[in-house]
Design a protein around this ligand. Sequence first.
Ligand SMILES: Cc1ncc(COP(=O)(O)O)c(C=O)c1O
Length: 314
Amino acid sequence: MAAAEQLNQNHAIDWSQGAAWVDGAIVPAKEAKLSVFDWGFTRSDVTYDVVHVWKGRFFRLDDHLDRFLRSVDGLRMELPVDRDGLAQILHDCVARSGLQDSYVAMVLTRGQPDPAWPKRLPSNFKGRNNLICYAIPFVWIMKPEIQETGARMIIAEAPRIASSSVDPTIKNYHWGDFTNALFEVEDTDADYAVLMGPDGFVAESPGSNIFAVLDGVVTSPNHGALEGITRKAVHDLCELMGQPDAQRDITRDELLDADEIFMASTAGGIMPIRQINERILSNGAPGPISRVIHAEYWKKHDEGWHATPVNYGA
Ligand SMILES: Cc1ncc(COP(=O)(O)O)c(C=O)c1O
């Protein structure tokens, strides 16, 4: 295709809702498709990761790539590209979308089986794992205006699935327990839920890690949850600020009694909670430590902390 013709076509395409890399080509995000026969769909046999771009820079890209590669190994899958090739695809998706603030996903599904195979085992999918990447406008699982006032949370009755059944450190789409917790949220006037692990300790929220400020210590669970990159950022910020923090088991009573609670996720950052079940925290507003961590998190973004500029010229 002549360069001018290609340019005209590109002009006609609306990339504002994002760009996706599927089967080796970049298409508008809404055109990204997956076969209904892919085990990613039929069995949630998939792993993924999400990194964000803020003001034209990836945040902690290496941490996200490391975690994704660990997840891929953990599910005995293989990427069709190496680490640098994957990073290049992510840059290309953001560059093509033109987005400055973006939610950037890398997804690897088991792939599509050949119906003739007698043994339907994951090992039969060697070389068929299916990589999809996309960059869409930044996602806020808690809107910035709610982050100012704090949100209401319930402790779900539905427990988190046992880690021995679904490893929560491998980022996955196995959301049955989370969806049950979200039904509970819908049945109350709360905004978010947190799930207890089957061992009776606090686990995590659908799509976020949980923090409780206990006796002045910013505390998060040490098992039964995704090793969140935002959680890691919270730990690093605490160290920089001289704020004590710890990872340990948190009981239900400790959570209900906490001085402050907040959630942490790539899709929204630091998200303060002002009510847990019936209990009002910090006079019904985000607590002082949550506020400082929230402010530092975004200030550090502006300073280029752990930032990788997007190569928009790609
Ligand atoms: C189950 C779960 N826990 C925690 C998190 C937070 O992880 P991160 O900070 O890496 O986004 C996520 C993010 O989507 C998640 O899905």
